[in-house]
Ligand binder design. Sequence first.
Ligand SMILES: Cc1cc2nc3c(=O)[nH]c(=O)nc-3n(C[C@H](O)[C@H](O)[C@H](O)COP(=O)(O)OP(=O)(O)OC[C@H]3O[C@@H](n4cnc5c(N)ncnc54)[C@H](O)[C@@H]3O)c2cc1C
Length: 431
Amino acid sequence: MRIGIIGAGLTGLTAAYELSKSGHEVTVFEKESEVGGLAGSFTVNGESLDKFYHHIFTSDTILLSLLEDLNALDDMKWYEPNNAIFIDNKLFSFTTPLHLLGFSPLKFINRVRMGLLVYWAKFVKNWKDIEGMTAKEWIIKKAGKDVYDKVWGSLLSSKFDIDTDKISATWIWNKFKLRGSSRGKNINKEQLGYYHGSFCRICELLCTSIHSHGGKIFTSRNINQILNNNDNTLTLISEAESFSFDKVIVTTPPEVLIKLYPSLEPNYLQKLLSIKHKANICMALELTEALSEYYWITIAQQEYPFVLLIEQTNLIKDNRYKSHIVYLSRYLDAENKLFSASDEEIADLFITYLKKMFPKFNEKSISNTTISRARYAQPVFFTNYSDKLPELKTPIENLYLASMSQIYPEDRGLNYAVRLGKQIVNEITKM
Ligand SMILES: Cc1cc2nc3c(=O)[nH]c(=O)nc-3n(C[C@H](O)[C@H](O)[C@H](O)COP(=O)(O)OP(=O)(O)OC[C@H]3O[C@@H](n4cnc5c(N)ncnc54)[C@H](O)[C@@H]3O)c2cc1C
């Protein structure tokens, strides 16, 4: 079959890899000048670094088996992170259960209730039972209002902004489950994986294999229309060219599919229209000095303009970037003015708060900043999301959608992008 794929993120490239290996004629179209999508990278002192901080969990076995298949597993390295929460203007270590027991912003009984909440998440066997409940209702029911107000409420709102109160319990339950599963038998030790040379290298390895199997990958090729022809083939139109295929896989968010093919069948269109995404701003700072001892700091103070501080060089400590790397991340609505603010405005605001958080921080230690923005960073999982989940096979003959908003009840992630890429291949090649 001649198969066209829109998007060279990990989903599109995995699908192209599998299809080209099975002898299909594959062409991938990517609007950006580089492949990788959200797993894309930039260069710091000759070393590739993710635009958006990434790590994987030991339970991400589908990604790990893809690496094995590519003969590239050796470069997946495992590290023990040091985590913290910033609350009441103080940093609290938050890596082991003992840290939770000493977490003074909560009364002792509530620390225990918070720990039990995460522990009990393992025992929810059927996520459908809690899908209709909001995360807020579920957390308050299980761990009390204090735990919600002090910790989880502000963390949820830092990710989902104005939609916080509508997020399904399934989303937070899944996060608890995932984080726990990366601890294995020793609950004191969490293991996080990082791919040597950035996760974008996995995309590059896939590209090499796709090319070697005769597949084509076009970058800087924005597809702006899909037409269906009388013989059920599909034509993809970019600025000056058009290409015809037997089948087409769209790996962009649903909102983009609606623009590419506006006359979708009303029921399917309605599902696509009900899906919302948060945007993300991520600033990477190159520093001459370390900022803290932590890899991952969650900021539980709503006045802060960023919600996560990730010190990459506290996980990857081999000085490969020849500087200390810190990411500051903020999820927000795309309509929020901050999302379209200039890089300078964002940097000024973020650095002002960084100085509040670390009063000894010297701005002169910043040697460079890079701001990356993603319009479609996080699907918003409202209650009863499964009712709105669009099928992979669209009502248009030979047209398929494989977007990160269809990964459910799990949340989007590299492992699930690979799973989705494989799933869509099974769907289109089944008889
Ligand atoms: C801030 C942040 C942190 C993250 N951290 C982690 C993490 O630690 N661990 C983890 O596992 N996952 C993480 N993720 C999630 C992970 O990056 C994604 O799940 C994964 O990369 C999604 O891949 P994808 O191919 O489905 O989508 P995308 O990467 O979004 O790929 C879609 C591609 O389609 C292209 N495209 C769109 N429209 C068109 C068009 N009209 N024509 C041609 N091309 C088009 C886009 O440019 C893009 O390259 C993170 C994401 C973000 C935003």
